[in-house]
Design a protein. Structure first.
Length: 340
């Protein structure tokens, strides 16, 4: 009798194990796994190589080549069926500065513009590119952004005259574009609305993000911001997986999420975690940090080709760019779906 009971118990345990394994096998990938599957080197290269091509002459804000870069990004968003934030994917704005023989920075604030317009002045036409995926709770918003402009070209340079900006910041734009596709691939509506932002005029003073922040009617509903700026190069070739990860110190979950995701998904990165009381300076994260919005910012440190013609696509560490994009998607997914 004992032998029969043992056999029945063993058979039952085996049935449960087989059933659980079958259920797990046939449950399919999670939304996060579906999103991760969309991120790859081929897409990263396609986006970076277009934006950093010589024909775009460094994508300086306010130039024809800068408009071509913006059109390219908007065409992809339209092709993928992502909704624009406003009536179109473009948020046009103007920036003003006193004429070039006088000292002065480009300004987008209306009070500053009013003063500048009283004298001889310069006027730039720029455009942010903005898209969104509506969340279940439309009263809460998270934003992921990267600037798509660079510093153009210099016909007086002897030799290579184009500041291609492959790392700065075609690399960051490629990550945002891949993450758009990742969110679509999850097949799940996020809890919070997600805005995908491609800023213009960052190199001239964070102009695009500043204009957005001062004019966006729902800015107080923004709960978090993730920023990319230069995520495709190695500062030290002996540390190819190095990445600096800045985040708001008052939101420790941002640091915990990255550690958990790297371990859980076996991602090949070695982050330098830098919790920051007030993460201003360096890039468009400043615009949002000054408003008290918690931020994440990925950056791979400066390199010898920073703001020089040598910042070209062939020098990108594609493996690292892909790994950073994956971790960022996972972080944004949590930002869009979890309380923090």
């Amino acid at each position: 009798m004992k032998k029969l009971t043992f056999c029945i118990l063993l058979a039952t345990m085996s049935w449960f194990a087989t059933t659980n394994a079958y259920a797990k096998k046939n449950s399919g990938p999670t939304p996060e796994e579906k999103g991760l599957a969309q991120i790859n080197q081929a897409n990263a290269e396609a986006f970076v190589r277009f934006l950093a091509a010589d024909e775009l002459k460094g994508r300086e804000a306010g130039t024809e080549e800068g408009r071509i870069a913006g059109n390219y990004i908007a065409s992809l968003l339209q092709q993928w069926g992502v909704s624009p934030v406003f009536d179109s994917y473009f948020q046009p704005f103007e920036a003003y500065r006193v004429e070039r023989q006088k000292k002065g920075k480009l300004q987008v604030h209306p009070d500053s513009i009013q003063l500048i317009k009283q004298g001889v002045h310069q006027k730039y036409h720029m455009r942010n590119v903005l898209a969104k995926i509506d969340g279940k709770n439309k009263d809460e918003i998270v934003i992921i952004g990267a600037h798509y402009d660079h510093i153009g070209y210099d016909p007086m340079l002897d030799g290579d005259q184009i500041y291609n900006g492959a790392d700065d910041n075609a690399s960051g734009v490629s990550a945002v574009l891949q993450i758009v596709r990742s969110f679509l691939a999850t097949g799940k509506q996020p809890e919070r609305t997600v805005i995908f932002a491609f800023w213009d005029g960052e190199e001239k003073g964070l102009l695009g993000s500043k204009y957005f922040a001062q004019t966006f009617p729902q800015i107080k509903q923004v709960k978090g911001y993730l920023n990319f700026d230069m995520i495709g190069r190695n500062n030290d070739e002996s540390r190819p997986w190095h990445v600096v990860y800045f985040f708001t110190k008052g939101t420790p979950a941002f640091g915990e999420w990255l550690k958990e995701d790297i371990e859980h998904y076996n991602l090949n990165l070695q982050p330098d975690y830098r919790a920051w009381d007030n993460p201003v300076g360096g890039s468009d994260n400043e615009t949002f940090a000054k408003l008290g919005i918690p931020i994440m910012w990925y950056h791979t440190d400066w390199h010898p080709d920073y703001h020089l013609p040598g910042d070209e696509a062939d020098k990108i560490n594609w493996d690292k760019l892909v790994e950073i994009t994956k971790t960022s998607f996972l972080g944004l997914w949590k930002m869009a779906n979890i309380s923090f």
